[in-house]
Design a protein around this ligand. Structure first.
Ligand SMILES: Cc1ncc(COP(=O)(O)O)c(C=O)c1O
Length: 313
């Protein structure tokens, strides 16, 4: 399905039409995947469009760039401002915002240091739930992937880089080809890592577990939000390496991510999780998360950037 895009794209400080937002096929990024990016949601709220955790997403983009020796010409504040302007000029009510930092056209060879760095922000309408229509309510059936996440000191998992998504594609293609909504990858030690595009939480005996960043996970912003909200609600959250079999004996299991929001998992490798329905802790956290993101609850952590108001960054 073609994406339902918003017409104006921010490129290196100015707005251009969507059709003009192109790169040459010889650009460095095409051969060598030299791209860092973000995925951010802007929700439609009663106070107008609101971007969820914009600062944290831009900070992660800056950090991803730093890992790959890219110093951006734009300050984090300028990029936050650009995201807000993107929403405004496109009159977007709700959208998915995709900032991109890439190595462009210039030299051809592995060393990218002389290639120009280009920065884009684009947006499109979010058409349907990331993991399917019923996913948020009823949960998804997933498998453990035969593909591992990246080994330490190979491709850095703390960077949100295009290269990492070749690994994610292998996980997702295998899962969908075999009739599952998503795959959960293990790290190279065989411990639970994450889904192809989501972090994972396990509930067992009333406690909430999630793999630590050393288990090759992306430092997810939804993950961080869920840890905050779970602790606010009085739950114990433990970040520790998780054995694969924890997935099979969990009381509840759920994915979190900007796209997936909070999606219950109802089976892993056809082994039913709990009673096969979204569990009470999953539902409580899902509702609390969406209430804040969608502007239905007080924004007590300052997570929303309201695009209709003057923005202080
Ligand atoms: C591999 C991977 N893990 C986790 C996440 C969740 O991260 P976030 O909550 O920041 O969207 C994503 C989505 O961006 C992802 O692609």
């Amino acid at each position: 399905m073609p994406i339902s895009y918003y017409e104006k794209v921010w490129r290196n400080g100015e707005f251009i039409p969507w059709e003009s937002a192109t790169i040459h096929v010889a650009a460095h990024v095409v051969s060598y995947a030299s791209c860092l990016f973000e995925g951010i949601r802007c929700y439609e709220t009663t106070q107008g469009p609101a971007i969820f955790r914009l600062k944290e997403h831009i900070d992660r983009l800056v950090n991803s760039s730093k890992i790959y020796r890219i110093e951006l010409d734009y300050s984090p504040e300028k990029l936050q401002q650009a995201a807000v302007e993107l929403v405004r000029v496109n009159k977007a009510k709700h959208s998915y915002i995709r900032p991109l930092v890439l190595r462009g056209y210039g030299e051809m060879g592995v060393n990218p240091l002389k290639n120009p760095v280009e920065v884009y922000l684009l947006a499109w309408k979010w058409a349907k739930p990331y993991l399917g229509e019923e996913a948020l309510k009823r949960g998804v059936d997933v498998c453990v992937s035969s593909w591992n996440r990246m080994a330490p000191n190979t491709l850095p998992s703390m960077a949100k880089s295009a290269a990492n998504y070749m690994n994610a594609q292998l996980i997702q293609m295998e899962a969908s080809t075999n009739g599952y909504a998503e795959g959960i990858a293990l790290d190279v030690s065989g411990n639970v890592s994450e889904g192809s595009g989501e972090n994972i939480f396990v509930v067992r005996d009333g406690k909430i577990f999630t793999p630590p960043l050393t288990s090759a996970v992306l430092p997810g912003i939804t993950r961080d939000s869920i840890i905050t909200l779970a602790e606010e609600l009085g739950y114990v959250v433990i970040e520790q390496p998780l054995a694969r079999e924890m997935l099979y004996i969990a009381d509840e299991l759920f994915f979190v991510g900007t796209a997936a929001e909070v999606t219950p998992v109802r089976s892993v490798d056809r082994i039913v999780v709990g009673n096969g329905q979204a569990g009470p802790i999953t539902r409580t956290l899902q509702e609390r998360y969406l209430a804040i993101a969608q502007g239905r609850a007080e924004d007590k952590y300052g997570w929303l950037t309201l695009c209709s108001q003057p923005v202080v960054v």
